[in-house]
Design a protein around this ligand. Structure first.
Ligand code: AMP
Length: 366
C-alpha cells in the first residue's frame, strides 16, 4: 500500500507505550486502534480498544482487518497469535525479531552468533543441570525464567550453595537460564531505528539506574564515544539480521570499559522516553516514521536529559512543573505498588545543571 494511503495503525497492547506511539502518530495524521484486555488501559483514553487477549489469534485477526498496518507495544505477543493476520498486511517490527526477544536463551545464542558479547549462560531444566552449570559459571549467578521475565520478575541471584535449591524451587516448572552475575560499573541502553528503506539512526546512549529490577532513572547522553560506536556496531548487526523496521533497544552492562549485552526489546523502550523532549525527534515518532517507510528524524540530544519514572505513586503536576526544564507525563493509570504510572523528563543546557536540578526531584526517591 502506498505510504500516503496508510491511515489507521493497529497496536497490539494499549499500555503507556502504545499511548505514546499514538500521541506521536496523531501529529502525522494517523488514526489508532488498540487490542487490549482492559478497557481502561492507557491507550484506551485516547483511542478505541478492541477488548481481548493479545494471545487470541481471532482478536489479532479482527484488529488486522480494521487497520492498514500493525505494530505492538508489548513484547510477549505469542507468534502463534499472529496466524490470522491476512497475507500482505504489514506487521512491524518483524515477527522474527519479536520471537527472538521472547526467549532469553535464543536471544543470547543469537548475540553470540553475531559476535555480540554476553554473560556466560547455560540452559537449565533440572536441578542436576543447575548443579552442573553453577560449577562452570561460579557464584554469584542469576537464575532466570527464559520467557515472560521483565522488570526483574522471574529471576533470583544465587550467592551460595545454600541458595541453590530454594532458587530452583521458586522458578522451576518452566525452562530456565543460568547467567554469570556481572558486577557491572553501569548499565546503558541504545535505542536505534531502521526504516523500510534500510536507513538507520541511533540515539545517544542512556545510563540507566534500576531498583528492585525496575528502571527508576535514565540520564542521557552517556558521553563515551567508544562505547557509543561499539553499541551501534552491535545493533546494526541485529537490524540487518532481521531486515528490521521500527525502533529496537539493546540493554548493556558496562564492565571494564566494555559492553556486555543483557537483552533486546523489539520496540520503543522506557529508557528512551527522554527522547520525546530531549532529542530532535522522539523514539515514538521515529518508530512511526520507520514502519511507514518515511525518512527518519534526527536523533541528536538537545542538551542533557534525565527521565524519572513514577512507580506506585505520582507527584503532582504542580510539584514537577515548578522545576525549570521539567515535563510531566501521566499515563492515566490507577496507582498500585510497583506500577509504572508516569514519568518526567528534565532537559537542561549543561550536565552540571541537570545533576543539580535532579537532587530532590519529586518522585525520584520513591
Ligand atoms: P533483566 O530482566 O534481564 O533486564 O534484569 C533486570 C535487572 O537485573 C538488570 O537491569 C540488572 O540490573 C539486573 N541483572 C540482570 N541480569 C544480571 C546479571 N547477569 N548480572 C548482574 N545483574 C543482572
Amino acid at each position: 500500500m502506498p505510504i500516503g494511503n496508510i491511515k489507521t495503525i493497529g497496536v497490539v497492547g494499549a499500555g503507556q507505550l502504545g499511548r505514546m506511539l499514538a500521541l506521536a502518530g496523531y501529529r502525522l495524521g494517523l488514526k489508532f486502534l488498540f487490542l487490549d484486555k482492559s478497557a481502561d488501559a492507557p491507550g484506551g483514553q485516547i483511542g478505541d480498544i478492541i477488548l481481548g487477549e493479545f494471545s487470541d489469534p481471532a482478536k489479532v485477526g479482527e484488529l488486522a482487518s480494521k487497520v492498514d498496518l500493525l505494530t505492538y507495544d508489548v513484547e510477549n505477543v505469542p507468534v502463534e497469535a499472529l496466524a490470522q493476520i491476512p497475507a500482505g498486511k504489514p506487521f512491524l517490527p518483524p515477527q522474527a525479531a519479536l520471537a527472538a526477544g521472547q526467549d532469553r536463551l535464543a536471544e543470547k545464542t543469537l548475540f553470540n552468533e553475531l559476535k555480540i558479547p554476553t554473560t556466560k549462560f547455560r540452559a537449565i531444566q533440572t536441578m542436576a543441570e543447575l548443579e552442573e552449570a553453577i560449577h562452570a559459571i561460579g557464584y554469584p549467578a542469576v537464575l532466570k525464567t527464559r520467557r515472560l521475565g521483565y522488570d526483574g520478575r522471574g529471576q533470583r541471584v544465587i550467592r551460595s550453595p545454600a541458595e541453590l535449591g530454594s532458587s530452583f524451587n521458586a522458578l522451576s516448572g518452566v525452562p530456565l537460564i543460568l547467567e554469570e552475575f556481572i558486577p557491572f560499573e553501569r548499565e546503558v541502553s541504545l535505542i536505534g531505528v531502521r526504516n523500510l528503506k534500510g536507513e538507520t539512526a541511533f540515539y545517544p546512549l542512556a545510563e540507566n539506574h534500576h531498583r528492585d529490577g525496575i528502571l527508576r532513572l535514565s540520564v542521557a547522553p552517556y558521553p563515551d564515544k567508544k562505547l557509543q560506536a561499539q553499541a551501534q556496531k552491535h545493533m546494526q548487526k541485529l537490524l540487518e539480521k532481521f531486515d528490521y523496521a521500527g525502533v529496537l533497544t539493546i540493554e548493556f552492562f558496562v564492565r571494564k570499559g566494555k559492553l556486555i549485552a543483557n537483552e533486546t526489546a523489539p520496540r520503543v523502550h522506557n529508557s528512551g522516553h527522554w527522547t520525546i523532549e530531549g532529542a530532535v525527534t522522539g523514539q515514538f515518532e521515529n518508530h512511526m516514521r520507520a514502519i511507514l517507510g518515511l525518512p527518519l528524524g534526527e536523533t541528536w540530544a538537545i542538551g542533557y536529559s534525565a527521565m524519572i519514572n513514577f512507580i506506585g505513586s505520582m507527584p503532582t503536576r504542580e510539584e514537577v512543573l515548578a522545576i525549570p526544564g521539567a515535563h510531566y507525563h501521566d499515563y492515566g493509570k490507577e496507582p498500585r505498588p510497583g506500577r509504572k504510572l508516569g514519568h518526567a523528563t528534565l532537559v537542561c543546557k549543561t550536565r552540571k545543571e541537570l545533576l543539580k536540578r535532579l537532587k530532590n526531584f519529586p518522585g525520584l526517591a520513591t
